[in-house]
Design a protein around this ligand. Sequence first.
Ligand code: UGA
Length: 438
Amino acid sequence: MIGTGYVGLTTGVGFASLGNQVACVDIDAGKIARLDRGEVPFYEPGLQEALKQVQERGRLLFTTDLKSVISDAEIVMIAVGTPPKSTGEADLTALFAVADQVGQLLDHEAVIAVKSTVPVGTNRRVLARVRESMFAAGRDELTSLIHIVSIPEFLREGSAFEDFLKPDRIVIGSDDQVAAQTVERLHKNIVAPRVMTTLESAELIKYAANAFLATKISFINEIANLADRVGADVRHVAEGIGHDHRIGPHFLKAGVGYGGSCFPKDVSALEQISGAHGYSFKLLSAVIEVNNRQREIFFKRMMEELGGVKGRRVAVWGLAFKAHTDDIRESAGIEIAQRLHAAGADLVVYDPQAMDNAKQVLSDHVEFAPTAVDAATGADVLVVLTEWPEFREVSFSTLKESMLEPRIFDGRNHLADLNLENHGFQYRGVGLGSYASA
Ligand code: UGA
């Protein structure tokens, strides 16, 4: 397994826990040393324990030296990052560098399995590069024994290990049936439908899945904006439509929009892929626009209601892009905190897991509080931006007493059912009908 990010590591530990022998390789020596000591370098529930178990059973090893482990590999799986360039296009530099290196080192029949999310057509390019570098290394007789399989991942951060063990489906794309079966056998104890398909279809499935989920979120956010104007409650609308099994109840939570390392990147990449093939994917452009506008609308409303925040004490609860992770990439919490700070707020923030990461990006003038209630103490307003369960468990009477003004803007509707208005708070959510025009 090449690449030990949250996908590579979770998948590596997962395959080892299914009884396979796995070597995880990364160029980051510090990370490999930590992993070797059994330390997971990011917060992912259940992963630490699972790692310990497979290490104890001797099924998983960590190394920076691909050469030392590749000769035993039946399958070389690649899970390196494909971050977005400024154009939205996926940056494939790391992936191709790995392909070149694998080609230089491979000296036997093997399957290359690509987990990284890549534009349609990339797997073929990876195979071509592996074969070219084998050719350059004088092993051209082996090139026909190397096959490629696309095996996209559908892991959610925060429940990645569980998603590995209980996926909704396993997608395996290849031109070569034997290679596809080899990869399928890796999953032998996992009960889930198998979608056996071509390389291009597997690559497109990954983007289509994320783009569809992002579309659901932008759709419900548009309904939320309308609900606010007409005096409806988007939570009830979501429930009302979600019972229709053709629609389903998931990914219909309105709020400040989607973030994270996947949806923003993959939706933009798919839009970019479409454009590159001469197709204007109108729906996707709107999904992106709605998502960006969602943060804007929330921020603007807050500013209007508060009459600005200059010199006022503002508390933010939640910096991670969603609950159960310490990941702050494309996080609404971070962006809104930065905007509040730029607007002159005296800002204090709290997140149960993401504070260390947030300290790297937020200004030194932002205060980091040790608890949620500490953050809100003395604040004019509290802004909720991640749906951490612990935010619902604070004593709201203590909170009310400790705030200067008992005022909450909730960008996730996370506290919407707690009837905080009855407890003397001024409460604003997203799409709860609070901005109805006459
Ligand atoms: C997402 C997909 O759910 C995974 O299937 C996929 O494997 C992964 O991307 C990836 O491509 O690697 P993830 O980014 O971990 O997983 O997070 P999600 O749980 O999907 O949430 C994404 C964002 O949407 C979060 O900011 C979340 O707060 C937001 N969201 C989610 C909503 O605003 N409303 C909802 O109803 C659901």
